[in-house]
Design a protein around this ligand. Structure first.
Ligand code: SAH
Length: 266
């Protein structure tokens, strides 16, 4: 990938106090803070990793945002799944290029972006029109317009997944909504044998309920994990865990669709 910033690119500016600002580069555009004005033209044409200055001398490091940077700074309606859980979700669901995934609800589109980035083809069911629009806008802003529209890998439908799933032969069903046990029956019909059901839930009572529903259906190999991420402070001889960490976000549960066929050899 070309390291040079072009018009239309996203740029993340980081100041001396590690504050982050996300902008889209426009010809003649200006970035304003109390520390002065930085013309976009000082960034356009420079490589990522350059340091630029505002007219009053403030310095900013300019980089293209990573998916994690973007998720944490993009406009959000619903609560997003944080990067620490997005990565493990991709592995738990074993996402691969071309995987056919049903995702519900799509919320702000953070999980959608991670899935699309990993090469999946995603159909999203979302109850709320404003969230559906936000998710699609966020996906287009980060991944480009090529991800939306006819023949593209992302489609969002305004509908209630508790009422059913139209798709069949799906590789994965991924849920981030309050009552996933109400989707287990629909997922059993929509997933191909060997397909994976994944659910992201904030409380353990919900986990118990969805796991019970999965056990009662054609699902096997149920598992539930939580991801604890502890960052470290590394500065000279002072090397220790950071004082603060996010103690809880959600539980990640998965199970696999078994086949309805039982073959017994003699
Ligand atoms: N995973 C998303 C956030 C999802 S928030 C992200 O990373 O950005 C939960 C979303 O589920 C909300 O937008 C809510 O409107 C939607 N939702 C709740 N119940 C639903 C249902 N039965 N069918 C479809 N969407 C539903």
């Amino acid at each position: 990938m070309d390291p040079t910033f072009n018009v239309g690119d996203k740029a993340l500016l980081i100041d001396a106090k590690a504050r982050r600002y996300l902008l889209t580069l426009r010809e003649g555009g200006e970035f304003h803070t109390h520390a002065g004005i930085t013309p976009h033209d000082t960034i356009i044409g420079r490589p990522e990793g350059s340091t630029v200055r505002s007219n009053s001398g403030a310095r900013y490091l300019a980089l293209r945002p990573t998916l994690a940077d973007f998720v944490l700074s993009m406009p959000r309606g619903a609560q997003v799944i944080y990067p620490k859980d997005l990565g493990p979700l991709l592995i738990l669901a074993d996402i691969f290029p071309g995987a056919r995934v049903l995702e519900a609800g799509v919320g702000s589109g953070a999980l959608s972006m991670a899935l699309l980035r990993a090469g999946a083809e995603v159909v999203g069911y979302e109850l709320r029109e404003d969230f559906a629009a936000k998710a699609q806008a966020n996906v287009a802003a980060f991944l480009g317009d090529g991800f939306l529209g006819d023949g593209c890998p992302y489609r969002v439908e305004l509908r209630d997944v508790y009422e059913g799933i139209d798709e069949t032969g799906l590789d994965r069903v991924m849920l981030d909504l309050p009552e996933p046990w109400r989707v287990v029956k629909h997922a059993a019909a929509a997933l191909r044998p060997g397909g994976i059901f994944v659910s992201y839930l904030p409380t353990i009572g919900q986990v118990a309920q969805v796991r019970e529903a999965l056990d009662a259906g054609p699902f096997v190999l149920g598992e539930t994990i939580e991801v604890l991420q502890r960052s470290w402070h590394v500065e000279g001889q002072s090397v220790r865990p950071d004082h603060r960490m996010v103690a809880h976000t959600g539980f990640l549960s998965a199970a696999r669709r078994s086949s309805d066929e039982i073959v017994l050899t003699e």
